[in-house]
Design a protein around this ligand. Structure first.
Ligand SMILES: NC(=O)c1ccc[n+]([C@@H]2O[C@H](COP(=O)([O-])OP(=O)(O)OC[C@H]3O[C@@H](n4cnc5c(N)ncnc54)[C@H](O)[C@@H]3O)[C@@H](O)[C@H]2O)c1
Ligand SMILES: OCCc1c[nH]c2ccccc12
Length: 311
């Protein structure tokens, strides 16, 4: 039974993974704006996110702030079973079992809900496991019950194919966490369709990047986003919605779990409310994608456009 003093206010529908787990449809990220910030200020920010209604927290070993995340979870007033907690192995990929133990210890948790390999680029390097060996280590962690689900992040089709081809594959990746917004739809279409076909749910990070992250040279995109935002607001019976809210709504509409973040409680509320906005029409989506084409395509992880290099 819930003992939470304040309820989740998320308007994003939960998403069910192929392994049967249910994930809150919007997550609060502890990277990007909070990267390297590990202390009382971040603890308060995460506690604020819980207070306004986030129940899904997205951390990583490489964000160097798992202790603050753990402290916020311990002090946040939300029972553990009502929270969905992710962490990722990045800096520790040479020794995943030790890295995972360290993450759980820093978080102060007996288990995480989702454990991800943060990126694939290190695997050809000396001293690292192969992708296949790394995945078997994640399977063992899942079988120990200390990670309820396992997945990957920033994996291309060819990286995912290596996992799916493991002869004694026991657990498939439940998610692939990738940058996902209209600037990515064209370049990312093959990966999107591959994940869909193989029941790998996409977690969309950087979903609002086109609204604020790319400076200049957005050309037609700004105009189209403003137009679509106005139309969505009109369908919602509202004077105004934020373009970033429209991008969050769009990510959910494309079937992804949306990972966003903020340091401000009013923006967190705005983010949680975005799931209730009316759907974008196919014409509106097409217009956004078309207008996005001349703009920068990707804010993170440029290797995603390198379809040749073998990791
Ligand atoms: N797996 C990975 O490699 C990877 C990479 C990047 C991010 N992530 C995860 O995803 C989380 C969210 O990523 P993100 O920060 O790119 O998400 P996002 O695109 O939603 O951006 C959130 C940021 O945008 C700001 N913002 C939102 N609307 C705005 C507006 N209208 N005007 C100005 N600023 C606005 C917020 O204040 C916040 O700082 C990260 O914290 C991390 O947990 C993972
Ligand atoms: O996941 C957020 C982006 C990211 C990728 N690799 C990192 C290493 C350190 C901090 C952030 C990142």
């Amino acid at each position: 039974m819930s003992t939470t003093a304040y309820a989740s206010s998320s308007t994003f529908a939960p998403v069910t993974l192929a392994d049967g787990a249910t994930v809150p449809g919007v997550g609060f990220g502890v990277g990007t704006a909070h990267f390297g910030n590990d202390g009382p200020e971040l603890v308060e920010t995460i506690k604020t996110a819980l207070k306004v209604g986030f129940r899904h927290l997205d951390g990583a070993e490489s964000y160097k702030n798992e202790e603050s995340l753990g402290k916020a979870i311990a002090e946040g007033g939300v029972p553990r079973e009502e929270l969905y907690v992710t962490t990722k192995c990045g800096a520790g990929l040479k020794d995943i079992p030790s890295s995972f133990d360290g993450s759980l210890k820093k978080l102060g948790l007996a288990h995480v809900d989702l454990y991800l390999i943060h990126w694939p680029q290190d695997f050809p390097k000396p001293g690292y496991p192969t992708i296949e060996q790394a995945w078997k280590q994640l399977e063992a962690i899942r079988d120990s019950g200390r990670a309820k689900s396992i997945g990957v992040s920033n994996f291309r089709v060819r990286d995912l194919e290596k996992i799916l081809a493991i002869p004694d594959l026991k657990h498939r990746p439940a998610v692939n966490q990738i940058e996902f917004h209209p600037f990515m739809y064209t370049a990312g279409e093959e990966l999107y369709q591959f994940c869909k076909k193989h029941d790998i749910v996409i977690e969309a990070y950087g979903p609002t990047s086109p609204a604020f992250r790319f400076d200049g040279n957005r050309g037609e995109f700004d105009g189209v986003l403003a137009k679509v935002t106005k139309a969505v607001a009109a369908r919602a019976g509202r004077d105004k919605v934020e373009p970033s809210q429209v991008l969050l709504r769009l990510a959910a509409q494309r079937g992804t779990i949306v990972i966003t973040t903020s340091g401000k409680d009013w923006r967190m509320k705005e983010q949680l409310a975005a799931g209730a906005l009316p759907e974008l029409t196919q014409d509106e989506i097409d217009e956004l994608v078309k207008a996005a084409k001349p703009a920068p395509q990707r804010a993170f992880m440029k290797h995603m456009d390198d379809i040749e290099t073998e990791f």
